[in-house]
Design a protein around this ligand. Structure first.
Ligand code: NAP
Ligand code: HSE
Length: 428
């Protein structure tokens, strides 16, 4: 029998306790599959007195994650604390410097510091594995780096944040507002420590940047992701989208073009009867297009204890089996700098605005749109009791650049209150 694989696990929250449960419950199965015992040497979290629902008495306790990461009886540092600075970054760097492999679920850390960490790992002959960081239980990193390695990938897109999809679908199903649904997401273990990362689209943007790096052989470039969250989506938007046969999804698209790398994460309308439109709750979906494979669709639970721990275990088993691969699927030093590009593909758009209810207001809106080159497909003004009237417009296809000009012109009309909500309609 080969030596056991010894783990140091930092972070005993949703994901960390999920990993410990699998290691305890599936010890025999893991050993049969990898040929080694998977052992936990030590664990770390902030509060040593908290009952975490799993027995921890067999493992050494370290208060300092750096001390845990550098222990002699740790082969693999499993980072499940979160955050792109502080303990997670310091302990990951310390682990690599001490000659440990790293498994992490931390998309923020890798989207921001992934290039430097990958270079450090590869210089030290170590691996960093992060299946759990993108799309929870879906083995999308493995699919891209291994199964699709023979493809020139042209586009990656999908729904990659369970919290947002849960909120958007449950708002429609139950009519509940954000706050009640946040509580549900918390109970399900979906939320980031800072839920603004979820609803602001930042968490999903981190994930898209990581997928784009692997897909296109480019350095992770989170700063170049065009980001918009779901905070301004109202129940009215969801209902109106449904009336028109659409559902609203926080959709990410990364695409290589002759102009550079497009990366956008934003709420979009998609046909309600399309595979993306039918995603419920915390489910994620990633669509990958390549020259040889054409298109594959991966779907599964995107967050929560079991699915995320499942992905962490896949990485741990690979290391136990001796399977080693560069962080982003090719040597970090060979990754190219990607020039950022804006989407130039025209699409119809949904607009919602609050219009002053007075003669000529609608004419000014129509003129502003028309002058910018935006043609109106459908328009609706609906019941109201206030001095402003909610107005919905669906445009014919136009580019984001033209729409942006139109929105700037709308602001100058003096009849639109606040900022309009503008969502791209993706006819997938
Ligand atoms: P969580 O429930 O908030 O747990 C975080 C754990 O890290 C807690 O046990 C906390 O200790 C510990 N911790 C935080 N800062 C620490 C520090 N400075 N020193 C020592 N321990 C520290 O978070 P989670 O949901 O498990 O997420 C963990 C990671 O997985 C994050 O990177 C997250 O983005 C990622 N992820 C989560 C999910 C999901 O569905 N939850 C899915 C994919 C990826 P205390 O318990 O003592 O406070
Ligand atoms: N907060 C994340 C989500 C966890 O809701 O998708 C999974 O990465």
């Amino acid at each position: 029998m080969t030596e056991p694989l010894r783990l140091g696990i930092a972070g005993l929250g949703t994901v960390g306790t999920g990993v410990i449960k699998i290691i305890r419950r599936q010890a025999a199965l893991l050993e049969a599959r990898t040929g080694r015992t998977i052992q936990i040497s030590a664990v770390s979290a902030r509060d040593a007195s908290k009952d975490r629902g799993v027995p921890l008495g067999d493992y050494a306790w370290e208060t300092d994650p750096v001390a845990l990461a550098t222990r002699d009886d740790v082969d693999v540092f499993v980072e499940l604390m979160g955050g792109h600075e502080g303990a997670a970054k310091g302990a990951t760097e310390a682990a690599l410097a001490a000659g440990k492999d790293v498994v992490t679920a931390n998309k923020a850390l890798l989207a921001i510091h992934g290039q430097a960490l990958a270079e450090q790992a590869e210089a030290a002959g170590r691996v960093i594995r992060f299946e759990a960081a993108v799309a929870g239980g879906i083995p999308v990193i493995k699919s891209l780096t291994e199964g699709l390695a023979g493809n020139d990938v042209t586009r990656v897109m999908g729904v990659m944040n369970g919290t947002c999809n849960y909120i958007l679908t449950q708002m429609e199903a139950t009519g509940q507002g954000y706050n009640a649904l946040f509580e549900e997401c918390d109970r399900l273990g979906y939320l980031e420590a800072d839920p603004n990362l979820d609803v602001g689209g930042i968490d999903a943007g981190h994930k898209l940047a990581l997928l784009a790096s692997i897909a296109f052989g480019t350095k992770p470039a989170f700063d170049n992701v065009q980001l918009e969250g779901i905070q301004r989506i109202s129940l009215d938007d969801i209902r109106h989208a449904a009336d028109m046969g659409y559902r609203i999804k926080l959709l990410g698209v990364a695409q290589r073009t002759a102009r550079g790398l497009e990366q956008r994460m934003s709420p979009c309308l998609v046909p309600a009867n399309s595979p993306l439109g039918q995603l419920e709750g915390g489910t994620n979906m990633v669509v990958i297009e390549g020259d040889a494979v054409e298109q594959i669709v991966l779907r599964g639970p995107g967050a929560g204890e079991g699915p995320t721990a499942s992905a962490v275990m896949g990485d741990i088993c690979d290391i136990a089996r001796g399977f080693r691969i560069a962080t982003f699927g090719q040597p970090a030093t060979s990754l190219e700098e990607a020039a950022p590009a804006q989407t130039s593909l025209p699409a119809p758009h949904y607009l919602r605005m609050s219009l002053q209810d007075k003669p000529g207001a609608l004419a000014k809106v129509a003129a502003a749109l028309g002058n910018a080159g935006v043609s109106i497909d459908r328009m609706r003004q609906y019941g109201h009791s206030e001095p402003t009237a909610p107005v919905l417009i669906v445009t014919h296809k136009c580019t984001s650049q033209i729409l942006q000009t139109a929105l700037e012109d709308l602001a100058k009309t003096g009849v639109v209150e606040g900022e309009p909500v503008a969502l791209r309609i993706e006819e997938l």
